[in-house]
Design a protein around this ligand. Structure first.
Ligand code: NAI
Length: 413
């Protein structure tokens, strides 16, 4: 068995990649290295323009957040193999239609983890030293040299709610500054360093000087920090939210800050966020003392953009060359290591009874043997990767493509 990919039967220079919205250069490099043909446009395309482009025979489409990949666009892309969302969210893509069309969609959910974690650490210190307020005052020409309510963070307790990719990184960085770290998660997690998991949210709230939120937006996390939870926090504690805006009840938070129950807060996300940089921002938190407000920039760094470019381009390339769908957001996930001397067929089909039986019969009718085979399914579709011992793959591909259950069939090598 070998991990290297055999040369593909389809010339790589004929693989057409369409990159929109200034996808990062790191992605171009990867596609260029593969010998794929790249067309890049700096802007988003409207539906009609996108349909026209896809009709020209695009194999790989790369977008960011502004291009809407609709059902009609997906239907126009008869040659379309996969879509890359060079960002975190995938709401701009009709994932159900893409699944039904046999088109996996890849994104980069964890490329900006470190960027968010670093901003949290920065804000822990900012809040402890009232840095936002002091900086603004000096800009306004006011000299308020005070030590009251300014603290070191060393020896203080940081409580992390949601100990996933970001939360666990925050915990590691916080310990480097001498903080004690507690975490609470609905999963059993492996605490990093000397971080300590606590059983209940209440236990974390009662023990922490700083509370930072790193949970996803779910029915359970909506409003998870409200009046009752804030009341359980220590007098003068700080709250940090760089997760999702709906997690914190902002009226309750503003009241707690005005009543001096809390010593400060840092927010990067809000229940309602402006659509664009030219829209105004209205929010109950504006103007409150020791409150750091940022415009959802937790993950917005040059490193994160570069990393997103690499991560998504690598997933798209792996899928093009080997059929691997690990990391796809709308597709059954599988990966079969390439086997030397075999011929690989990929098939996406409707998830109905008997498909695998029909396909295996087509193979045995040609006196070929299956050397490797993986099928993964979701309720709508099945995805099959199959390695054959004889060079009958093209014949098998044609026969499989004629099955009424088939959605997409491709031969790799
Ligand atoms: P993740 O999925 O790796 O971790 C989330 C953790 O929260 C998981 O361990 C999960 O078990 C836990 N969790 C879920 N429900 C919970 C509950 N009710 N109570 C306690 N724990 C719960 O996600 P990741 O990558 O760490 O992201 C965390 C949040 O940060 C997400 O909301 C994400 O949207 C947000 N984010 C914000 C960015 C920004 O620019 N401000 C950038 C990137 C992510």
């Amino acid at each position: 068995m070998t991990k290297s990919t055999p040369p593909t039967s389809f010339p790589k220079s004929e693989i057409k990649v369409l990159l929109l919205e200034n996808v990062h250069e790191s992605a171009h490099e990867i596609f260029r290295g593969q010998g794929f043909h790249i067309e890049a446009l700096p802007r988003a395309l409207k539906e009609d323009e996108l349909c026209a482009k896809l009709e020209e025979g695009v194999h790989i489409l790369g977008i960011r957040s502004k291009t809407h990949v609709t059902r009609r666009a997906l239907e126009s892309g008869k040659r379309l193999l996969s879509v890359g969302a060079f960002c975190i969210g995938t709401n701009q893509i009709d994932l159900v239609a893409a699944n039904a069309a046999g088109v996996p969609v890849f994104n980069a959910p964890f490329s900006n983890t470190r960027s968010v974690a670093e901003l949290v650490i920065c804000e822990v210190v900012m809040l402890a030293r009232q840095l936002g307020d002091r900086s603004r005052e000096v800009h306004e020409g006011k000299w308020r040299k005070v030590a009251t309510n300014s603290f070191e963070v060393r020896g203080k307790t940081l409580g992390i709610i949601g100990y996933g990719h970001i939360g666990s990184q925050v915990g590691v960085l916080a310990e480097a500054m001498g903080m004690r770290v507690l975490s609470h998660d609905i999963r059993t997690t492996l605490p990093m360093g000397n971080n300590k998991a606590v059983e209940s949210l209440d236990a974390l709230l009662e023990a922490s000087d700083f509370v930072t939120l790193h949970v996803p937006e779910t029915a359970q996390t909506k409003g998870m920090i409200g009046e009752a939870e804030i009341a359980k926090m220590k007098q003068g504690a700080y709250l940090i939210n760089l997760s999702r805006g709906t997690v914190v009840d902002l009226d309750a938070l503003a009241a707690a800050l005005e009543a001096k129950k809390l010593g400060g807060a840092a927010l990067d996300v809000y229940p309602q966020e402006p659509e664009s940089n030219s829209d105004d921002f209205t929010n109950v938190m504006r103007g409150l003392a020791n409150v750091v407000l940022t415009p959802h920039i937790g993950g917005s760094t040059a490193e994160a953009q570069e990393s997103i470019g690499r991560e998504v381009a690598n997933s798209l390339t792996r899928f093009t060359n080997t059929g691997a769908t690990v990391g796809a957001v709308n597709f059954p996930q599988l990966e079969l290591a390439p086997l030397e001397g075999t011929h690989r067929v990929l098939n996406v089909h409707k998830n109905v009874p008997g498909v695998l039986r029909d396909i295996n019969k087509l193979v045995s009718d040609r006196n070929a043997n299956v050397l490797g085979q993986i099928l993964a399914t979701d309720p709508q579709i099945g995805y099959l990767v199959m390695d054959l011992d004889k060079d009958v793959a093209n014949d098998v591909r044609k026969a499989i493509a004629e099955l009424s259950s088939s959605i997409k069939t491709r031969i790799l090598y």
